[in-house]
Design a protein around this ligand. Structure first.
Ligand code: MN
Ligand code: MN
Length: 325
C-alpha cells in the first residue's frame, strides 16, 4: 500500500492512478474536507480569545462543544466550511473552476444570512452585485485569510493537472473577494500542499515543494522565527500559525488542538490546519468523538463533495475537455 502511494507521489499529470491509489486518494481527500469542518467547529468556540483566556476557561480546548462569540451548537460550522461547500457546489455544477460561478455561489451564500462573514468578503461581494465583475479590484489591504480558508475544493478539482492549472484556478476563485498577492501566494501554497499530501508525498517533500518556495518568494511568511500565538485574520499570521502546528506535531488531533489553542482567528486556523492534517493523515486518524459531533448534513456534504471533486479532477483540465467534447 505504502509502496504504491510513494510511486504515485512522483506521477506526472495525466498518469492514470490504479484503483488502490484512487481509494487512498479518496480517503485523504475526504479526510481533508471533514478535517476542515472539524477544525472550524472546534476552533469557533475560542475564536478571538487569547491563549491565556483559553487556558483559564478550558485548560486545553479539545472538545467540540459549540458556544463562542457566535453561540454555536456543538458541531455547527461557520463561513470557512460553508463557503468551501458553496464553492465546491459551483465547481461541480460548472464542471470547472469558474470565477463567475464562484461569485454567484458566494452571493447566494451571503443572501442566505450565514452565521458569520468576513469584512472583505462582504464588501467585495456587494461590489460584485453592483458591477457584475467577478474579479474584485486589486488591493494591498485585502490580505485577509478569507480566500485561503475556502481553497480546498479548488485543490481537489485540479488534482494531477499541474501547477499552472492549480495557480490559475486559485487566483480565479480568490480574486472574487481577495485580489491580493499575499492571499494568492497563500492559496497556491495551501492547495499545493493538499494535493501533494493526497498523492502520498512525505511531510518533508510537501514542505520543500510548497512552504519553502512560499517563504523564498515572500519572506514575510517565514514561520520558523517565533511561535505565532493569537494569529489575526491577516493571511500571513494565519499561515504561520497553521504551518507551525502542522510541522511540530505528528497526529491529526495534536495538530488541530495545537493551532486552536493559539486563539485569535481560531476557527479559520483550525479549518486550514484540519484540512492539511486530514490530507496528511487520512480518515482513520480523525478522532471518532469529533466525527460524531460534527453536524450530520455538513459531514455528508463534505464526503460527497470530496469524492465528486476527485472524480472531476480525473477528467483533466477543463479547456482540453471542452475541446475534446
Ligand atoms: Mn468562520
Ligand atoms: Mn475566523
Amino acid at each position: 500500500m505504502l509502496w504504491a502511494r510513494n510511486l504515485n507521489a512522483g506521477a506526472k499529470p495525466g498518469r492514470i492512478a490504479t484503483p488502490r491509489e484512487r481509494s487512498a486518494m479518496a480517503d485523504q481527500a475526504t479526510a481533508a474536507f471533514l478535517g476542515l469542518a472539524i477544525g472550524d467547529a472546534l476552533g469557533a468556540t475560542v475564536e478571538f480569545m487569547t491563549p491565556r483566556e483559553i487556558r483559564q476557561e478550558f485548560g486545553v480546548h479539545c472538545e467540540i462543544v459549540g458556544g463562542g462569540w457566535l453561540r454555536l451548537k456543538p458541531g455547527q460550522v461557520t463561513d470557512d466550511t460553508t463557503m468551501s461547500l458553496a464553492l465546491g457546489e459551483a465547481i461541480l455544477a460548472e464542471g470547472r473552476v469558474d470565477a463567475r460561478a464562484a461569485a454567484e455561489a458566494f452571493d447566494a451564500w451571503m443572501r442566505a444570512k450565514p452565521v458569520d462573514i468576513g469584512n472583505t468578503v462582504r464588501r467585495n461581494l456587494i461590489t460584485y452585485r453592483k458591477t457584475g465583475n467577478p474579479e474584485a479590484p486589486a488591493s494591498e489591504h485585502d490580505a485577509g485569510n478569507g480566500a485561503a480558508m475556502r481553497i480546498l475544493p479548488v485543490a481537489l478539482a485540479t488534482l494531477g493537472q499541474g501547477r499552472e492549472v492549480l495557480a490559475t484556478a486559485c487566483r480565479a476563485q480568490g480574486h472574487v473577494t481577495h485580489h491580493n498577492i499575499l492571499s494568492d501566494a497563500a492559496c497556491i501554497a495551501l492547495a499545493g500542499m493538499v494535493q501533494d499530501f493526497v498523492r502520498g508525498k512525505s511531510v518533508e517533500d510537501v514542505e520543500r515543494a510548497n512552504a519553502a518556495p512560499l517563504v523564498a518568494v515572500h519572506p514575510v511568511f517565514d514561520y520558523t522565527v517565533k511561535p505565532r500565538d493569537n494569529p489575526s485574520g491577516f493571511v500571513v499570521e494565519t499561515i504561520q500559525a497553521v504551518l507551525q502546528a502542522l510541522f511540530a506535531t505528528e497526529t491529526f488531533e495534536d495538530c488541530v488542538v495545537d493551532v486552536v489553542n493559539r486563539g485569535g482567528d481560531a476557527d479559520t486556523t483550525g479549518a486550514i490546519a484540519g484540512m492539511l492534517a486530514g490530507a496528511r493523515y487520512g480518515l482513520d486518524a480523525i478522532p471518532v468523538r469529533w466525527l460524531r459531533r460534527l453536524d450530520r448534513g455538513v459531514a455528508e456534504s463534505c464526503r460527497l463533495q470530496a469524492e465528486a471533486l476527485l472524480t472531476l479532477s480525473a477528467k483533466g483540465p477543463a479547456p482540453e475537455r471542452i475541446r475534446g467534447d
